[in-house]
Design a binder for this molecule. Structure first.
Ligand code: PMP
Length: 365
């Protein structure tokens, strides 16, 4: 300490001071977890087997990702050098923005969408330009095209999108890439497995297209933090400069080959979720609850002004769901993750009971 007698805390950059806090409602989640779009059961038995075999000495070494990257690349049909493994898609977003977004640049975002795009953009010096979807929450293609400027540097779209569950078509994605050749078009396919359509095959052919995938959802490995980004060699060259060489830990790297090998488990889980989604959507329709059509493992529903009471009522019945009322264009909405058919029968029950209770207590409106 110097002679002044008081500690002075260093002040963060102005952009950090201005950031909005993002606090996902973690903690006390010992219930049916339909709030984070996770796999609601488990990862595959083979992955658990590998986990049991990891030796203490293996953990003393820094992780080496190259051989696993090559394996995942050939699994996805992309050329070596086009793929980088990441600490979840979140790290892919962070690194991509740090690589491309500078002062005077614009990040173009259709909203509502995944919150972390804005969080990571606000650490850069770029400006975020949001494009609001219409009331149907469909992908706002024409409005996005109209918002492209010479400063647009990155366009980020989640496909399927969260929280809406809506999708952009392949033609729309190609159209956007063509209309903004000076920008990176980042397509976040975190929920690809529940949609079944991808543009990963266009990587390297559409020169400004980058695509991300995760093992957090269908594969049930959210806690392991593993995802990936693919793009043209040139882009990935710069991405590799920015990313930490050790951000994907050796436990995740050890498990990934087993996760990919055991395709049967993931296919089974996806099939179960799709069947449960159809049943749950029918249950919502039968109950007269407005919903948006979803191509992902969740569905957005409109509750109205009593959304928080319904979330609390479902929690009391042991079912966690996510209040999305604060998202742009989602007033009064909650998002419900789709699990297995049995889990969703329980969820539909809890939802109906929470709604009935409110109707009894003076109505939902
Ligand atoms: N993208 C979207 C659209 C998401 O909803 C999520 C997770 N909620 C992520 C990325 C983050 O994925 P990861 O766990 O791989 O970081």
């Amino acid at each position: 300490m110097t002679g002044t007698g008081a500690f002075v805390q260093p002040v963060p950059r102005a952009r950090v001071l201005a950031m909005k806090a993002y606090h996902p409602p973690l903690g006390n989640r010992d219930a049916l977890r339909l709030d984070f779009n996770e796999n609601t059961l488990a990862c595959s038995p083979k992955v658990r087997e590998v986990l049991g075999q990891i030796s203490a000495s293996a953990l003393t070494r820094y992780p080496e990702r190259e051989s696993v990257e090559a394996l995942v690349g050939s699994h996805l049909g992309v050329r070596p050098g086009q793929l980088v493994l990441t600490n979840g898609v979140d790290e892919a977003i962070h690194v991509l923005f740090a690589t491309y977004l500078g002062a005077n640049d614009e990040l173009l975002l259709p909203v509502p969408t995944y919150a972390m795009y804005e969080v990571y953009a606000s650490v850069t010096d770029a400006r975020v330009v949001t494009v609001q979807a219409a009331n149907d929450l469909q992908f706002p293609f024409d409005r996005l095209v109209a918002a492209i400027t010479s400063r647009t540097r990155v366009i980020a779209i989640a496909n399927p999108n969260s929280p809406s569950g809506s999708v952009a078509t392949r033609d729309q994605i190609i159209g956007l890439a063509r209309r903004a050749p000076h920008a990176v078009l980042f397509v976040d396919e975190a929920y690809y497995h529940f949609h079944g359509e991808t543009v990963i095959d266009l990587v390297g052919k559409v020169p400004n297209l980058l695509v991300a995938r995760t093992f957090s959802k269908a594969y049930g490995l959210a806690g392991m933090r593993i995802g990936l980004m693919v793009g043209p060699m040139d882009s990935m060259h710069w991405i590799r400069r920015v990313i930490s060489p050790y951000s994907v830990n050796s436990i995740a790297l050890a498990c990934l080959p087993a996760a990919l090998e055991e395709a049967g488990y993931v296919d089974w889980y996806i099939g179960e979720v799709l069947a449960a989604r159809a049943d749950f959507e029918s249950a919502l329709d039968a109950a007269g609850i407005r919903r948006w059509p979803s191509r992902a493992n969740f569905v957005l529903v409109e509750i109205g002004p009593k959304h928080a009471e319904v979330v609390a009522g479902m929690r009391a019945a042991g079912v966690l769901v996510r209040d999305r009322s604060g998202d742009p264009g989602c007033d009064g909405c909650i998002r419900i993750t789709i699990g297995t058919r049995e889990q969703m029968r329980h969820a539909a029950d809890a939802l109906n009971k929470a709604m009935e209770k409110l109707r009894g207590a003076g109505g939902l409106q």
